[in-house]
Design a protein. Structure first.
Length: 307
């Protein structure tokens, strides 16, 4: 189990922006989550949520362009209806890479910062050892409907609502609610691979991620099914454990800053040692420490080429 988890995480790291990978070998798994909602999972790609019913299909995120035919085939196995809408949770390529192939038949919707970042391309990273560069997306891959704060898509008796939270995983994150089915897709504001990647270079913030999750928690029913950006379907307790870790680690770095410690001194003092079980191949304890430090100091650090 552990080996499998590490492998997935390592692949997410290299795949976050669609670098080389043989997509022909990737298998797509479809699971019924609850009500109208299904989840589509593929190794190294962001999770897709699909609300399926008589009115058609709305999907949340679309993984990578080379997987589009597999996504369509997987959806065909549960419904003949067309994918009418795609909602992007944020701009990263492992969540928006399928926009181009889906744009021919579906309307793509996202928060306005998603469109802006896809349009220009740019840097993503924690301001230190984790860094990616994404090229500008072709015009047809851009969302054609954008919103500032929230938007709803009314399909299948479901009021699918995308709600924007500024400065979490990125500055364009939306969390997507399926209230009738009791399901939420958290995008990468909640992941299960350990310490999360927080894209400081795209306006992300650990404190913003905490605020987003704390805002969302009271909106959710106790038995809600939580679709993480990456990882298996989770529950409220999983999200609570995650946000508790974020708050505790954030406070530990804040305290070390008050003591006047530099980033190197914090690494040497192992200020996040208590939480090291969250360390993964993608985001190690040191990489997460850099993230929290850069978030709190507004310092992006020196660019260190990673991998
Ligand atoms: Zn992401």
């Amino acid at each position: 189990m552990r080996v499998h988890v590490l492998l997935v995480v390592a692949m997410s790291a290299t795949l976050a922006f669609g670098q080389e990978q043989d997509f022909s070998k990737v298998e797509l798994k479809v699971t019924h989550v609850a009500g109208t909602v299904y989840m589509l999972e593929a190794t190294g790609a962001g999770n897709i949520a699909a609300s399926v019913g008589d009115d058609g299909i709305v999907i949340v995120d679309d993984q990578y362009a080379p997987l589009a035919e597999k996504i369509r085939a997987a959806l065909k196995s549960v419904s003949d209806k067309p994918v009418r809408f795609v909602i992007n949770t944020h701009w990263h390529g492992d969540h928006t890479g399928g926009n181009l192939p889906f744009s021919t038949t579906s309307t793509i919707i996202a928060q306005e910062n998603v469109r802006r970042r896809l349009q220009t391309g740019g840097a993503a990273g924690n301001g230190a050892s984790v860094h990616f560069d994404a090229p500008a997306s072709p015009k047809d891959a851009l969302p054609i409907i954008t919103f500032e704060h929230d938007v709803s898509v009314h399909l299948n008796g479901e009021d699918v609502r995308a709600l924007h939270f500024p400065h979490g995983h990125t500055d364009g994150d939306s969390i997507i609610f399926f209230p009738k089915s009791g399901v939420v897709h958290m995008g990468d504001d909640f992941v299960t691979y350990g310490f999360p990647f927080i894209d400081i270079e795209s306006g992300g913030s650990a404190r913003g991620m905490i605020a987003a999750i704390e805002n969302v928690l009271p909106k959710l029913p106790p038995d809600v099914k939580v679709i993480p950006g990456h990882g298996p379907v989770s529950n409220l307790d999983d999200v609570r454990r995650f946000v508790t870790m974020l708050k505790e680690t954030n406070a530990a770095v804040e305290a070390a800053l008050k003591q006047g410690k530099s980033l190197d001194q914090m690494k040497q003092a192992k200020v996040l040692d208590r939480w090291k079980k969250w360390s993964g191949d993608f985001i190690s304890t040191d990489a997460f420490l850099e993230t929290l430090y850069n978030d709190q100091t507004g310092h992006k650090g020196d660019f260190i080429k990673h991998n």
